[in-house]
Design a protein around this ligand. Structure first.
Ligand SMILES: NC(=O)C1=CN([C@@H]2O[C@H](COP(=O)(O)OP(=O)(O)OC[C@H]3O[C@@H](n4cnc5c(N)ncnc54)[C@H](O)[C@@H]3O)[C@@H](O)[C@H]2O)C=CC1
Ligand SMILES: O=C(O)[C@@H]1CCC=N1
Length: 276
């Protein structure tokens, strides 16, 4: 279903590049089948063309009318300008994918002023290494086949779960923003290693292998994280001492608050655009 499909990204920033890198690395999508536009940034487009061989375009209406899949990938605040630029250029046999935090499918449908198939998607930047966790939900005019096509696109770059749309804000707070939480943890562990006397360049591979090993243990054993944690935690040993310190800092509660706050920020972004 995917071979030969053409993709048009409106907005060529971080998430666009992550998706492009992932899609091209599969070998199924070819560089000439990916068109990109970006606002006021020729240097960015030149970089994407020279690095990936993908095709910068300036006439967005024309590109939108000629591509199979149109991907909205600008900041939520910029969505209305983008919608105006391609209004009347997209028909129902194409597929619109919006990766915008907080922006509901009705906002996109109404902005396009036509019965266009829209899928809201929340991937993460790990698309670049084919390890994204992506949540999807279908808009009002999206057929099962069009939702399946969106699933196929994001399955090329990782795992896909389909949700009812209201949950997409929570997906954004959990796995859309999630890589940043993990990077933050890695930053903290590296600094901690350094504080304990391990040089930064040595701490990083130790931390990264620890992270990868723990993720693999979770995936390959299928055990609950609590069980695996207990296997590391000897009575009165070092891990117990470390975990007690994390508990004193309300580690789990802090993570919970971070995910809930990111979720409500996604809702706020949507609300702000609704009232626009
Ligand atoms: N960065 C991430 O990890 C993720 C981002 N998202 C969503 O993706 C969207 C983009 O995020 P980033 O790539 O991080 O932002 P970014 O700021 O890196 O890229 C957005 C790009 O869109 C361009 N743009 C704005 N209006 C445009 C228009 N009318 N036509 C063409 N280009 C236009 C801007 O010039 C900018 O280069 C956001 O809505 C965000 O919520 C979703 C999942 C993950
Ligand atoms: O920070 C943001 O708003 C976007 C959405 C999910 C990840 N990055």
């Amino acid at each position: 279903m995917l071979a030969g499909k053409s993709f048009f990204f409106i907005g060529a920033g971080n998430i666009c590049e992550s998706m492009v890198r992932g899609l091209l690395s599969t070998g199924i999508v070819r560089p000439g089948e990916i068109w990109v536009s970006n606002r006021n940034n020729e240097a960015r487009l030149n970089y994407l063309r020279s690095y990936y061989g993908i095709v910068p375009v300036t006439d967005k209406c024309q590109a939108a009318s000629q591509s199979d899949v149109i991907i909205f990938a600008m900041k939520p605040q910029d969505v209305f300008t983008a919608l105006e630029e391609v209004r009347g250029c997209i028909s129902n046999n194409q597929l619109v994918i919006s990766v915008l935090a907080g922006i509901s499918t009705p906002i996109i449908e109404e902005g396009l002023n036509a019965e266009v198939a829209v899928v809201r998607a929340m991937p993460n930047t790990s698309c670049a290494v084919l390890e994204s966790a992506t949540g999807l939900s279908a808009g009002k005019y999206t057929s099962p086949e069009q939702l399946a096509l969106a699933g196929e696109i994001f399955r090329m770059v990782g795992e896909v779960v389909v949700f009812d749309e209201p949950l997409l804000d929570a997906v954004t707070g959990l796995s859309g923003s999630g890589p940043a939480y993990i990077y933050y943890l890695v930053e903290a562990m590296e600094k901690a290693g350094e504080a304990a006397g391990i040089p930064r360049e040595t701490a990083r591979p130790l931390v990264l292998k620890t992270l990868l090993g723990a993720a693999k243990m979770l995936m390959e054993t299928g055990e609950k994280p609590e069980v695996l944690r207990r296997q590391v935690t000897s009575p009165n040993g070092t891990t117990m001492a470390g975990i007690q310190q994390l508990d004193q800092g309300h580690f789990q509660d802090t993570i919970l608050k971070a995910v809930l706050r990111a979720t409500s920020r996604s809702q706020e972004l949507g609300q702000a655009m609704q009232n626009y």
